[in-house]
Design a protein around this ligand. Sequence first.
Ligand code: PLP
Length: 376
Amino acid sequence: MIYLDNAATTAVCDEAVKAANEGFECFGNPSSLHGAGLKAENIIRNARGEIARALGVKDKEITFTSCATESSNTVIFGAAKAGGKRRKKIITTTIEHPSVAEPIKALEEHGFEVVRVSPDENGVITPEMITSQVDKNTLLVSVMHANNETGYILPVQQIFKAVKRISPETLTHCDCVQSFMKLPFKAKDIGADFISISGHKLHAPKGIGALYIKSGVHLPSFILGGGQEGGMRSGTENVALINAFAAAVGKLSPIVVQRYETVSALKSKLALALSGKEGIRIHSGEDCSPYVISIGVERIKSETMLHFLESRDIYVSSGSACSKGKKSGVLSELRIPDRYLDSTIRVSLCAENTAEDIDAFAAALLEGQANLAKMK
Ligand code: PLP
């Protein structure tokens, strides 16, 4: 099997499996006062330290959640609860993941004003396009770091810096799910009050995520109960998955740059293999994250190509896995030409992919293009 759908989810690495097993064996409740509880609590403490180091933040600024969707919902609904009486405006983009777009839409239905900034005719969002919308009434600015459908990287550092200059009280949130442990950065490089990250995109299991909350920034908790996670996220912690998340991050953290270079070389190889091929267009430019490559094949429906590739044991996705079956609005927002909107697939890499994987994919794509066009 050649797995090229790493933006949907990744294979769990051996280190994470081992750490999850250690966590399962350490079955005490981290809130219990006896030795078994303390052991579990220690696992969580060490894991929090690992994630905090990777982001370059303080341990207490990390809250474990069940996934990035929960992290982002916590921020968006929490911001509304904290400041929604005084400030009613939310600024975001038209290319956010549904885990951000949907809670914002829910707030809009409850009377919040939402400004959704659309990329320009070149598919670019400049800092000015966001910051020109910011005023004293702005509650929250939520802008993603790397887009999950094309790998497009947004100028988040400039955006969040400028937002705070204009309106220091405005809260800022960044969805870093497709960039954490892929692009080399620390939280200070992003400069947001809140950052959402997820385990299963970086070789940890599904069902574990985290939220960075900058010290001194008040955010009411979304889930109330026993007061775990410093009161931010009640519910008995998932010790095994937290340990696995930290193990995956601990493995990747020192080699983010090396992996980035490996994946960049794979992307270049693919670009070369497909360059000049009629009817094929790579939508993800050189300034996009190399981990996500959006490819249009004229006149061949995405799902048809996806299944052809599957018949060759190659796994990709059509657009984004989270927009299953739906036409991707994000691709048209990013100004991908209309003729490719129904015929784009997403190849998403990890550093374990090989040059042979890329050769096999390129050959199968060209074969699919020729065969499927004949069947029309
Ligand atoms: N944000 C982005 C950019 C994503 O790609 C995804 C998952 O595809 C999510 C958020 C949601 O992450 P999770 O599955 O951890 O809720």
